[in-house]
Design a protein around this ligand. Structure first.
Ligand code: GTP
Ligand code: MG
Length: 204
């Protein structure tokens, strides 16, 4: 496919990622402005690279004309929280919004993947305005704690290094590290109330 055509396809996804990043960042701002603890710590977004789109389409036997419907993660937003409890709060915020509608949810927090991966995934429909009018696209939102993000960032680097074929002994280490992350997140949760109290003391 021609590069110009790709540009046209990916344009609305770029807009969606920009808009959603701004919107979620503004939620942080709104909380802090009111002296409230923000369940969102950080927001990042990306549009999938053309090479990755093609690779995934090929692997999943998805035709070029089906890509926008079947590849749900062309636009991706990652929301990082401080504490596990914050994740459910963010999920509720997203469910309650009128500018996006939830298509599906996957709870890899309660149901950790075999790899040790944990995150809460939501696929949402989101409409952007383009030159040719409104376009409703799909966006994958991943919600996870700082600790879960630490684990998955490193596991992702290893997957890249070993071309998705991580040796067994390293996989075992990752699995142990994943268990340690659960313990760490639980330990951190025990000090969450103290942080919330500190934040509340800013309120007049
Ligand atoms: P994909 O073909 O990867 O989209 O699988 P899926 O359609 O079953 O979606 P799933 O919700 O399992 O995964 C979607 C995204 O979550 C991936 O593109 C990754 O960004 C992330 N993810 C899922 N599993 C893992 C994992 O084991 N390790 C890491 N680091 N990330 C993962
Ligand atoms: Mg997917």
């Amino acid at each position: 496919m021609e590069i110009q055509l790709w540009r046209e396809i990916l344009n609305p996804y770029e807009l969606a990622v920009k808009e959603l990043t701004v919107k979620f960042e503004h939620l942080i701002h709104e909380h802090r402005d009111r002296g409230l603890y923000s369940p969102i710590e950080q927001v990042v977004g990306r549009v999938k690279a053309i090479s990755s789109i093609l690779e995934k389409a090929q692997k999943k036997k998805i035709g070029i004309d089906e890509i926008e419907e079947k590849l749900e993660d062309i636009a991706g937003i990652r929301i990082i929280c401080q504490f596990v409890e914050d994740i459910q709060k963010v999920v509720e915020i997203i469910r309650g919004r009128t500018d996006m509608s939830v298509k599906s949810e996957k709870d890899y927090i309660t149901n950790m993947k075999d790899s040790g991966y944990r995150s809460y995934h939501m696929i949402v429909y989101y409409e952007v305005q383009t030159l040719s009018g409104g376009k409703r696209i799909q966006v994958e939102i991943q919600i996870r704690t700082l600790a879960m993000n630490f684990w998955s960032t490193i596991e992702h680097s290893l997957q890249y290094k070993y071309k998705r074929n991580i040796p067994e002994h390293i996989r075992q280490k990752l699995s142990k590290a994943a268990d340690a992350i659960i313990v760490l997140d639980n330990e951190m949760s025990t000090v969450r109330s103290e942080i919330m109290d500190a934040q509340n003391s800013f309120q007049i």
